[in-house]
Write a protein of this length. Structure first.
Lengths: 590, 367
């Protein structure tokens, strides 16, 4: 039972209770005060930054990309205007209807199922890109403009490639794999290598935006800075000419080098492609390029590796001279083949060349001379000399997929094939077959090294790149022997390319060496056999036709390396092409 | 029924001045919430204030005795109003909280707070002050509080319902219930909290979870708290200045004219402004509390203490919401949040407070 109390007691209780409540109220207020102190005083700068991040949105404006020019300042790659259909969600609630409408009016097939979920997530005040607009579509849209409120046209920049024949060198652009970058960048060849130089500095527009992303006002602007231009050593006119004379039905390539400074004057590969296809996101064409079995994206001039064939022969000749194994007058008797233990190694000339000295061995491309020389040589010495003169290495000229090729040695064979070296292999290596692999660019460099007496300029494609030299100097007398031999190939009767003089007597006089690169290993005895020659064989088993030449022959400036895949013998196909090209380069004085 | 007009002179007009200052700060704040425009909130709130002044005056002049006599009538009308709300109420934002009276949408639950307090004051007054209040004597007020709590909670309006329940419990506590019972009750609530948790609607559970960790849902429910804290924190010591709050002007603060008015105030006026507001509300609470010490009539004491605490408590809960101390439960900031019912009920409370502060107790006034 509850006991009674006095009125005064009761009031005391109430007052005490009000103290308790007021006390807790005060504590609560103090906690709030402390919390506010923590937010507004201690962490104020943190929240100030958060607040600024909230309201400032940075819009990136892509810079103009640097232009690319040829050696005569012809524009090869520049910037062009690009028009896009974009949609602003904030301008019309029923923006999806407008997509249906533009499909209908302009006869497009924008996929609503594709765009709808993306648009749902997209900010209302930022243009959502629907499609790049063609000129016809722009005109049609302008006619129906009054029908659209959310769909607009905006202009931006795209890469513009002025000359299709430069695509194999310039490469193309694409969207980067990692999404850090907001706009396309170079992904292939020079566009990729010189990305840093070409790309420029993006501009930034600092906008104040509200919670829905709507721009309230512009705070400040940083203008974009155009990328630096790139000037190439390549001559557009020569490049176009070479492409025009390369047989369109054959795969092949040609490299023209200036032997004084290593400038690549033209570098063609057939079949080729058009970089613009990638820039225009022409997906049908892109996939057909990627699936083409002739590999048009593959630049055979520096990515294509072939056995060099007889164009290789000056190298073993030089080795023989340097090792004092032969001199100008040393003769070998070619009876059509050379024997090593119980095996015969055949010369291409069935009946043999008879007595052959070094000059004649090169002029008439006698294989037996080099077989005999090979028997006295160490393969490692040849490999070392080849490396000194530009083979067995890749050149840093800013192109993708450039490889090293191969002039084999014992160490290589042990490492890659886990086998010892056979002397027989030295024999076929000396005539440019076997494991030998060289690219047309490497062959041009090899001949540049020979003409320059060992110290040669590294090939380059960027005009502003200083010329660098490398290599190992060799005896001037040896050089004279090699040069007179190579000159005689074209200039003297019975030279394998002598018919060039009668074919085009008015052309600049050249020197050089023919080569025939074996595609399949047929029995040596069959090689130049009449039966074999007459046999109708599949195209893809026909030998590659190779020629490396220089002009003018008495004071060379231009070196041309030409290879036509499955073209047949070097003298028949590659040599006349090389002559045309060298003559053209000489005439226009690249 | 009415006191003489002359009695107005005896009122504590300084107290009224404090209310005016708070209201005026609220007006300035609503003006800035609309980015420096009287529309849509500031002017409309001011019109309401002026429109409600006759009601204010009416309550000011009522005889305390009259209020005492009619306390049950008031309570029953309010409960009826709540039932009508549930049946005929106007539904908005997923809740049925309003009934249409003329041009107003009236939120009866706001007035239930006052009615409950008046009823409790009379109940405990009648219950001979000499009697200790034990379990059985607190049962009726407790049941009535819970009943009103449920009527409001199923609207649903958990925030208001919790305030009503708190006021009921506070009145019982203040009236002098033996301390053992509140302690048992607190223990029981803690013990049954897992069960209570399951009673909450999923969205309410979410609110509590997100309150505990706003980053769970930074773009959804947690967005309110995160953006509000950014606004307040970025205010710093002095604030960003009048109309210079970007969180407010760029619409990063949701419900900035109602639940989050304090955020935009604090963004503009900083720590100093916040402390000023806290001081004003503290003063508002403590002046009637000091008066209660001079009074001996339980009816007067409970009315003064509980009603002044009501406004102070709503203030504390609202600010705590904006700085992430309590979950977002939808409690308005008295005199500063935009809203008619809450303004009217708070003006009535102020009139009652001023009326009862002027009471001169000479003899037992009631019963």
């Amino acid at each position: 039972m509850e006991k009674n109390r006095t009125s005064l007691d009761s009031i005391k209780i109430l007052n005490r209770r009000s103290f308790i409540v007021a006390f807790f109220g005060l504590i609560f207020s103090i906690i709030i005060g402390i919390r506010l102190f923590s937010l507004q005083i201690i962490n104020s700068s943190f929240y100030k930054k958060k607040s600024a991040d909230n309201k400032i949105s940075i819009k990136i404006t892509p810079p103009l990309r640097g232009d690319i020019y040829d050696s005569k300042n012809n524009l090869l790659a520049g910037n062009a205007s690009l028009y896009e259909f974009v949609i602003f969600k904030n301008l019309n609630k029923h923006y999806l209807d407008e997509i249906k409408l533009i499909n209908e009016k302009l006869n497009l097939n924008l996929d609503l199922e594709y765009h709808k979920p993306r648009l749902n997530k997209f900010n209302s005040y930022t243009p959502y890109s629907l499609l790049r607009a063609s000129w016809d579509q722009l005109v049609e849209f302008e006619k129906n403009k009054f029908l659209f409120t959310a769909i607009k046209i905006i202009e931006s920049k795209k890469r513009f490639y002025a000359h299709k024949n430069m695509s194999q060198i310039i490469g193309y652009m694409g969207m980067p794999e990692n999404n850090d970058e907001l706009y396309p960048q170079g992904v292939f060849h020079l566009e990729k290598t010189y990305e840093e130089q070409l790309k420029g500095e993006p501009g930034k527009i600092f906008n104040e935006v509200n919670s829905k992303g709507k721009i309230v006002r512009e705070v400040s602007i940083q203008n974009p800075i155009k990328g630096d231009d790139l000037k190439l050593t390549v001559n557009l006119e020569l490049q176009n000419f070479v492409q025009s004379i390369l047989p369109s039905d054959k795969k092949g390539s040609a490299v023209i080098l200036n032997r004084f400074d290593g400038s690549i004057l033209s570098m063609n590969s057939n079949p080729t492609f058009d970089s613009q296809v990638f820039e225009d996101r022409d997906n049908a064409n892109i996939s057909s390029l990627l699936n083409d079995k002739n590999r048009p994206l593959f630049n055979r001039a520096f990515s294509g590796f072939y056995p060099p064939g007889s164009v290789f022969k000056p190298l073993p000749a030089l080795l023989g001279l340097q090792k004092n194994l032969v001199n100008e007058t040393t003769e070998v008797f070619c009876k059509g083949h050379s024997s090593l233990s119980d095996r015969n190694y055949y010369c291409w000339k069935k009946g043999g060349h008879g007595k052959v000295n070094l000059k004649r061995a090169i002029k008439e491309s006698c294989d037996v001379y080099f077989y005999e020389l090979a028997k006295k040589c160490n393969i490692d010495d040849l490999s070392e000399l080849a490396t000194n003169l530009g083979l067995n290495q890749s050149y840093d000229i800013g192109l993708s997929n450039i490889d090293k090729g191969l002039v084999p040695n014992k160490k290589w064979k042990k490492a890659f094939l886990d086998q010892g070296w056979y002397t027989g292999e030295t024999l076929i290596t000396f005539i440019g077959q076997g494991y030998n692999l060289t690219s047309p660019l490497q062959l041009a460099v090899l001949y540049s090294a020979i003409i320059n007496g060992g110290i040669y300029p590294l090939p380059k494609i960027n005009m502003n790149f200083p010329t660098k030299y490398q290599g190992k100097e060799f005896n001037n007398a040896h050089k004279s022997i090699l040069m007179s031999s190579l000159n005689s190939v074209v200039q003297e009767s019975r030279g394998t390319a002598n018919r060039l003089n009668s074919l085009n007597p008015n052309y600049v006089k050249i020197g050089g060496k023919t080569g025939t690169s074996q595609v399949i290993r047929i029995k040596e005895s069959e090689r130049e056999d009449d039966a074999y020659k007459d046999k109708k064989i599949e195209d893809r088993f026909i030998d590659h036709s190779v020629f490396v030449g220089y002009a003018p022959y008495d004071n060379p400036k231009y070196i041309a390396a030409v290879i036509i895949e499955n073209g047949g013998s070097g003298s028949a196909v590659a040599a006349p092409l090389a002559h045309e090209i060298l003559n053209y380069a000489y005439k226009i004085n690249v | 029924m009415f006191k003489s007009i002359k009695s107005l002179l005896d009122l504590n007009w300084i107290y009224f001045f404090i209310i005016l200052v708070i209201f005026w700060i609220g007006e300035i704040n609503l003006y800035s919430a609309a980015n420096g425009s009287l529309d849509p909130w500031a002017s409309s709130q001011l019109k309401r204030f002026i429109f409600f002044l006759p009601v204010f005056l009416f309550v000011l002049l009522l005889q305390p005795k009259f209020i005492y006599n009619f306390s049950e009538v008031i309570l029953i009308s309010v409960i009826l109003g709540l039932v009508i709300t549930l049946i005929f109420g106007y539904t908005g934002m997923g809740a049925t909280r309003w009934i249409r009276v003329g041009n107003f949408n009236l939120q009866v639950s706001e007035f239930a707070k006052i009615a409950l307090v008046i009823f409790m004051a009379k109940y405990f007054h009648k219950l001979n002050a000499e009697k200790t209040i034990g379990f059985f004597r607190s049962l009726i007020p407790l049941i009535i509080s819970l009943f009103i709590f449920i009527l409001v909670a199923i609207q649903p309006d958990l925030g208001t319902a919790l305030i009503i329940l708190s006021l009921g419990l506070l009145a019982i506590f203040y009236a002098g219930i033996k301390l053992i019972y509140p302690l048992i009750a607190i223990g029981a609530v803690i013990a049954s909290s897992p069960f209570l948790w399951t009673l909450l609607k999923p969205y309410q559970q979410n609110r509590v979870k997100i309150f505990l960790n706003p980053d769970l849902d930074p773009l959804g429910k947690g967005y309110h708290i995160i953006q509000s804290k950014i606004a307040i924190g970025s205010g710093g010591l002095n604030g960003n200045g009048f109309l210079e709050g970007s969180q407010s002007s760029l619409d990063f603060i949701p419900e900035k004219e109602t639940d989050f008015v304090f955020s935009i105030f604090s963004e503009q006026f900083g720590f100093i402004g916040s402390i000023l507001i806290i001081s004003l509300f503290l003063l508002f609470f403590l002046i009637p509390v000091f008066k209660t010490f001079k009074l001996s009539q339980v009816f007067n004491k409970i009315i003064l203490f509980t009603l002044s605490f009501k406004i102070f408590f709503e203030f504390l809960i609202n600010i705590s919401m904006t700085i992430g101390l309590v979950p977002v439960v939808g409690v308005a900031l008295p005199f500063m949040s935009f809203g008619g019912s809450s303004l009217l009920s708070n003006m009535i409370i102020c009139a009652l407070l001023m009326n009862f502060m002027a009471v001169e107790e000479k003899k037992r006034m009631f019963g």
